[in-house]
Ligand binder design. Structure first.
Ligand code: SF4
Length: 356
């Protein structure tokens, strides 16, 4: 696609619409502080705005700047991230803060090209930080923006393939406003995000109120739902886990549960979880014979991850303090009122909340 064939009215129209009708009250807007922009961008990857709204201020209160985050213990970072999911984001966030401190004297690099070299910062996140904080003329291209642009242009390339992805990125760059001020770049970048999140949504795009409807080729062809073209569909692997939920009786004070820190790499790496087994027999096999009959199966919990569907089978066993502990590294008894200070995967947090 040549530049001449692109709808060059797109950028000015998007900027005008964002200033008039886009989102303006989000707590990470109206700042050029890279720490805040970076944190919000990472939280917003794969997480709804409504959820991020409650996590963002809490995280900032606990780790107000990049230095505080770099110096934090990994367990404290995971605990503050607990419930947001996609925990590699939290591990990369922590590592990135440490690299900014050790290799960039505590100051985020200014350009998207250098920002991309930091842990966990991909091309789109780097572009968002550079555009919002320094007015760099560079385009974001996350999943929402890919959807908007592929509909706008009726882009036939298969976005499951690297070649068409690159082509769309070049188009995104060509669509940028001409000679923008830093404020223009902020409005344009925010406008792309707002259009994808609030108007050009995946299943029910609100074309009737879309500010770029008259430029949109998919809409003109009546083929909005055909875009983006993506041949490879996500296939989730089915996996079953048996969880040994050891609990002390709540007779004296609060009950305690036995939790292990999950190994890295792997699912829920760095988070705390009851011991996991691949089969019921394996779980029963670690118990002294006299305790096996006391194990009580709880209802199965289903939990979807990006590439897997987990079926969790919690097996509850009440044991008096000191009577039995599975041998394990990084494991401990945790009192019910201390669970909030531990990073717990959402299904585990919900399960334990119902038990202790
Ligand atoms: Fe998306 Fe519809 Fe707007 Fe086209 S007209 S960009 S499909 S909302």
């Amino acid at each position: 696609m040549t530049r001449a064939s692109l709808p060059l009215e797109f950028a000015p129209r998007l900027i005008e619409w964002q200033r008039r009708a886009g989102r303006s009250g989000l707590p990470w807007q109206h700042t050029r502080d890279p720490y805040r922009v970076w944190l919000s961008e990472v939280m917003l990857q794969q997480t709804q705005v409504g959820t991020v709204l409650s996590y963002f201020p809490r995280f900032l209160e606990r780790f107000p700047d990049v230095k505080a985050l770099a110096q934090a213990l990994p367990d404290d970072v995971m605990a503050m991230w607990s419930g947001l999911g996609y925990y590699s984001r939290a591990r990369n966030l922590h590592r990135c803060a440490q690299v900014v401190m050790s290799e960039h004297a505590g100051v985020f690099p200014e350009t998207a090209a250098v920002l991309q070299t930091l842990p966990g910062i991909g091309a789109s996140t780097a572009a968002a930080i550079a555009a919002f904080c320094h007015g760099e003329r560079v385009s974001i291209l996350d999943g929402n923006v890919r959807r908007v642009l592929s509909r706008l242009l009726a882009f036939e390339g298969d976005l499951a393939q690297a070649g068409p992805q690159r082509e769309l990125w070049n188009i995104a760059q060509a669509l940028l406003p001409v000679a923008p001020s830093p404020d223009d770049m902020t409005a344009y970048t925010q406008g792309l995000m707002d259009l994808g999140a609030t108007v050009c949504q995946r299943s029910r795009p609100a074309c009737a109120i879309c500010p770029v409807q008259s430029l949109c080729r998919a809409h003109a062809a009546g083929e909005v739902q055909r875009f983006p073209v993506k041949t490879r569909r996500l296939v989730r692997r089915f996996e079953r886990w048996w969880l040994l939920v050891l609990r002390t009786p709540p007779t004296s004070g609060s009950a305690r549960v036995w939790l292990e820190r999950r190994p890295a790499p792997g699912i829920w790496a760095g988070l705390y979880c009851p011991p996991v087994f691949a089969a019921e027999d394996a779980l029963l096999g670690v118990l002294p014979e006299g305790l096996r009959a006391a194990v009580h199966a709880l209802p199965t919990v289903t939990h979807s991850l990006t590439h897997r569907e987990l079926h969790l089978h919690p097996m509850l066993l009440e044991v008096p303090p000191g009577s039995f502990e599975p041998s394990a590294d990084h494991a401990q008894w945790v009192a019910a009122d201390a669970l909030g200070g531990h990073g717990l995967p959402t299904p585990v947090r919900l399960l334990l909340a119902s038990l202790v």
